[in-house]
Design a protein around this ligand. Sequence first.
Ligand SMILES: *[C@@H]1O[C@H](CO)[C@@H](O)[C@H](O)[C@H]1NC(C)=O
Ligand SMILES: *[C@@H]1O[C@H](CO)[C@@H](O)[C@H](O)[C@H]1NC(C)=O
Ligand SMILES: *[C@@H]1O[C@H](CO)[C@@H](O)[C@H](O)[C@H]1NC(C)=O
Ligand SMILES: *[C@@H]1O[C@H](CO)[C@@H](O)[C@H](O)[C@H]1NC(C)=O
Ligand SMILES: *[C@@H]1O[C@H](CO)[C@@H](O)[C@H](O)[C@H]1NC(C)=O
Ligand SMILES: *[C@@H]1O[C@H](CO)[C@@H](O)[C@H](O)[C@H]1NC(C)=O
Ligand SMILES: *[C@@H]1O[C@H](CO)[C@@H](O)[C@H](O)[C@H]1NC(C)=O
Ligand SMILES: *[C@@H]1O[C@H](CO)[C@@H](O)[C@H](O)[C@H]1NC(C)=O
Ligand SMILES: [Cu+2]
Length: 579
Amino acid sequence: MVQFLQCRRILIRLLALCLFISMVSVPSAEARIRRYKWEVKYEYKSPDCFKKLVITINGRTPGPTILAQQGDTVIVELKNSLLTENVAIHWHGIRQIGTPWSDGTEGVTQCPILPGDTFKYQFVVDRPGTYMYHAHYGMQREAGLYGSIRVSLPDGESEPFSYDYDRSIILNDWYHKSTYEQATGLSSIPFVWVGEPQSLLIQGKGKFNCSRLTSPSLEPGACNATNPECSPYVLTVIPGKTYRLRIGSLTALSALNFEIEGHNMTVVEADGHYVEPFVVKNLFIYSGETYSVLVKADQDPSRNYWATTNVVSRPPNTTTGLAIFNYYPNHRLRSPPTVPTTGPIWNDTAPRFAQSVAIKAHRDFIHTPPPTSDRTIVLLNTQNEINGFRRWSVNNVSFNLPHTPYLIALKERLNHVFDQTPPPNGYDFMNYDIYSKAPNANATASNSIYRLDFNTTVDVILQNANTMTASNSETHPWHLHGHDFWVLGYGMGKFDMYNDPKKYNLVNPIMKNTVPVHPYGWTAFRFRSDNPGTWAFHCHIESHFYMGMGVVFEEGIEKVGKLPNSIMGCGETKGFRRP
Ligand SMILES: *[C@@H]1O[C@H](CO)[C@@H](O)[C@H](O)[C@H]1NC(C)=O
Ligand SMILES: *[C@@H]1O[C@H](CO)[C@@H](O)[C@H](O)[C@H]1NC(C)=O
Ligand SMILES: *[C@@H]1O[C@H](CO)[C@@H](O)[C@H](O)[C@H]1NC(C)=O
Ligand SMILES: *[C@@H]1O[C@H](CO)[C@@H](O)[C@H](O)[C@H]1NC(C)=O
Ligand SMILES: *[C@@H]1O[C@H](CO)[C@@H](O)[C@H](O)[C@H]1NC(C)=O
Ligand SMILES: *[C@@H]1O[C@H](CO)[C@@H](O)[C@H](O)[C@H]1NC(C)=O
Ligand SMILES: *[C@@H]1O[C@H](CO)[C@@H](O)[C@H](O)[C@H]1NC(C)=O
Ligand SMILES: *[C@@H]1O[C@H](CO)[C@@H](O)[C@H](O)[C@H]1NC(C)=O
Ligand SMILES: [Cu+2]
């Protein structure tokens, strides 16, 4: 309400700008400006009872939820009060049409925001749905800088499903070591892996068992099981009502299972697109994905139930994340009488694969993909070494960010600031054995990018493989900035260039911005290169992207409008920043 009133006031003040925006953004004649002033800081918090420095927005982690309506302009004035650290925030799932400089990807679309600086992000939320925001600088997302974006339909339009109440829940995994310690280990010889998370958080709340700490040097109260900051997340429901849960995952590493004891969930939305509804007991969710599920509070109302999340796809070493599904009027914190589930078998890929395949566009909301593509890019996912440093690569090239962001480099024709050689379109797929450790795991590092012809159709095939450990292949959730893509198919084993494209789903493919490639599997998708800018496409596992698992696409750079001064200031762009 306060937010709304504030917006109204701002609306009046910015009437001229508002009129301008409602003229250029078609969907609603009443497009509004949603203005947020955020201050980003380090503070001590105990989200899982263990006290550590976390990054907050206006004192909170997760940060405030952005609530907007389709066609609105969101303006976030971000003050960096981290004192000794840069920052950048990515608006995950928002395509940034016409505002590629507001994508918030440090090194790709902007220079980092320096301590003490205020940066203004401004973009139109052009489609309804469930989105997220999070830090996109170093491994900073893991420090707690994230939140939800909820875009509602224009007045008078309704969803193809009904519900009584709406809740946003972000799932996350949580580490006690700082992102610096983790990043340092990842870039050291010998390599120090980050390990499994200490806890799982449901909407910012988790529980680490303090008795497991052995360090005597901890100050009293540094891990306090009765700290109210780590009391579980409670989802209170009224018997008989239907809840839309907007579930997102921003894990640093983990693939998750989410379930509500004794209740089924109907999947109705994925990454902002309506899904042909299907019922699940377990929802598998990968970092960077969002889903809406409908849950009816139709079970015995005399008790509470567990809502749980578990790690899947990696050997389990983290206890189940717990929230309380609380039937009103039971006490909100009353423990359910049951032992919480530990979830499905971690290494059973089949049900996860089946869920991926089951997600189809809602029959009344099918966007038919172009029947053919102009270009196919095959990306082999491998774990490698470069000069003894552990890395991840695609097509044997491990990605490094340049010091000068691509958007500025390309627009201002600073050709010398990154490697101009095009990266490989594929690899020796006839001879590469995806089931074995590579005989030679040495790769090369580069900051070269894929330049796409503007407004063409591009197919991407992600091919998974064995890691540097025998009999091991991991799940990688790949996220594309600036676009949604049609998910054409998933397969197990090696992609068959000749036969598999014949099995593509061109009838009712879901559009998404994040897809998993399953262990030893492949994933194929299609998109249109119709959004002028430079767009990251990367594994959403924080440490994997940090270790080079990503690429960048450029399209229509000549159509990008005048870049704002505020994104300049680093690398070779200093001269372009004018007061
Ligand atoms: C698993 O957890 C234990 C502590 O419970 C820890 O010592 C160990 O390093 C963890 N393993 C991984 C791979 O994270
Ligand atoms: C917490 O950890 C201690 C020590 O490892 C163990 O004895 C205890 O059962 C654990 N408590 C819970 C609730 O898991
Ligand atoms: C733990 O937290 C509770 C509740 O906030 C508080 O009363 C208690 O003093 C704390 N214990 C320590 C050792 O700080
Ligand atoms: C959940 O769905 C399964 C399969 O459709 C069904 O057998 C079960 O009865 C349902 N459970 C509830 C609580 O509705
Ligand atoms: C799954 O892991 C367990 C150990 O946790 C192992 O015994 C089992 O063989 C594995 N199953 C598969 C299909 O790899
Ligand atoms: C990989 O590179 C390292 C140098 O970093 C070299 O010592 C090693 O021989 C290379 N391995 C192979 C199989 O060529
Ligand atoms: C990667 O490069 C190494 C060293 O040049 C080579 O031996 C290996 O076959 C390459 N792997 C792939 C997948 O191209
Ligand atoms: C892209 O091409 C399609 C036709 O293939 C056309 O309708 C559309 O306007 C073009 N988009 C842009 C941004 O040029
Ligand atoms: Cu990955």
